[in-house]
Design a protein around this ligand. Structure first.
Ligand code: UT7
Length: 325
């Protein structure tokens, strides 16, 4: 069997500007109490005028490369998950490639909204396992603040901007002293019949405008809790593992109540869930790599730990991935 892909570095970037719930409450009919009670969100970061998704991604990429102790010239694949690309084309991944001043291999975007990072990481893992790439940069980056309707209190309060990155490399034969370290598996799903629950009402082919987010919040919430628990169990079962084996759950950060309900449904203690939604809000494709970088950076996630990642987003799309760190 081909050696597993290993995550050898993490990086993240959050724009400087922090927007608090109280600030939002001065412009909208909402309150810090409502937002905190319903979502667990206290603040979000907002990109500066002129600061693009590729700029956020580039900062996260530099940190990830530094933590992996490799140069950008070693990359032979860049996969970037975003639903807020700089432009309709070219892919934002190619803009990051240019900012990194490299040109080896392939760079492209994937689009699975909040599940995007898992789709991107799974793609890179497949490239590595089949020998098409050896060292990949995988990014989740969003400027979601550009596609929310700032007059719609039911959506604009829950999103934020940010970027996260990981460097993934083909593992060496015999590495890890017999323990199977690296990416174990991914389990990805989509159901396009549920597209109307969460979408943007614009696009190059439909309206020739960018559009803004439309969401049936309660329905999305309901699907999230069911699908996230199911796909987490699917990932564990496929590897002969149980929830008791999981050291850390690193979920997409949509809503604290979704995180808590999923953990409860799985029987996972709250202390083993990495939570950033209070400070970052929902950064869509960026939320998992942002949370990973935080938990690896502060020493919670350590070598040998079993890390379960999971996400749910528009499409609908959902998925889970297991990594032996
Ligand atoms: O990555 C996937 C992305 N999306 C999600 O994860 C969204 C999942 N859904 C949710 O997180 C929740 O459904 C929301 C946080 C969006 C909404 O919470 P909820 O408990 O489902 O509230 P609701 O939509 O049922 O609305 C309850 C009330 C309504 O008022 P009435 O009709 O009962 O008078 C809303 O108009 O809360 C009102 N409301 C607000 N009030 C104050 C909605 N947004 C706000 C707000 N501030 N920001």
């Amino acid at each position: 069997m081909a050696p597993r892909s290993r995550i050898i570095g993490c990086g993240s970037y959050l724009p400087e500007r922090v927007l608090t719930n109280d600030e939002l409450a001065r412009k909208l009919d909402t309150s810090d109490e409502w937002i905190t009670a319903r979502t667990g969100i206290r603040q979000r970061h907002i990109a500066a005028a002129g600061e693009l998704t590729s700029d956020l991604a580039y900062q996260a990429a530099r940190q990830a490369l530094e933590s992996a102790a490799i140069g950008a010239e070693e990359l032979d694949l860049i996969v970037l998950a975003t639903t807020t690309p700089d432009n309709t084309f070219p892919a934002t991944a190619t803009k990051v490639q240019a900012l990194l001043e490299v040109n080896r291999g392939a760079a492209f975007d994937v689009q699975a909204v909040c599940t995007g990072f898992l789709f991107a990481l799974s793609t890179a893992d497949s490239f590595i396992r089949t020998g098409q790439a050896r060292t990949a940069l995988v990014l989740g980056a969003e400027t979601f603040s550009r596609i929310v309707d700032w007059r719609d209190r039911s959506t604009c309060v829950i999103f934020g901007d940010g970027a996260g990155a990981v460097v993934v490399r083909a593992g060496e034969e015999g590495e890890g002293g017999g323990q199977e370290r690296g990416i174990l598996s991914f389990h990805l799903h989509s159901d396009g019949r549920l597209g109307d629950l969460l979408f943007v009402d614009g696009g190059p082919s439909s309206t020739q405008t960018v559009g803004t987010v439309k969401m049936s919040g309660r329905e999305v919430f309901r699907h999230a809790v069911v699908n996230l628990a199911d796909v987490a169990l699917e990932a564990l079962e496929a590897n002969g593992l149980t929830i008791g084996d999981v050291d850390w759950l690193v979920p997409h950060q949509a809503n604290k109540r979704i995180l808590e309900s999923t953990a409860r449904k799985l029987g996972l203690p709250a202390e083993r869930v990495v939570v950033t939604v209070d400070r970052h809000a929902n950064t869509s494709a960026a939320s998992i790599p942002l949370a990973l970088e935080e938990a690896v950076g502060d020493g919670r996630i350590r070598p040998g730990h079993l890390v379960l990642m999971e996400a749910m987003g528009a499409g609908m799309t959902w998925g889970a991935g297991l990594v032996r760190w």
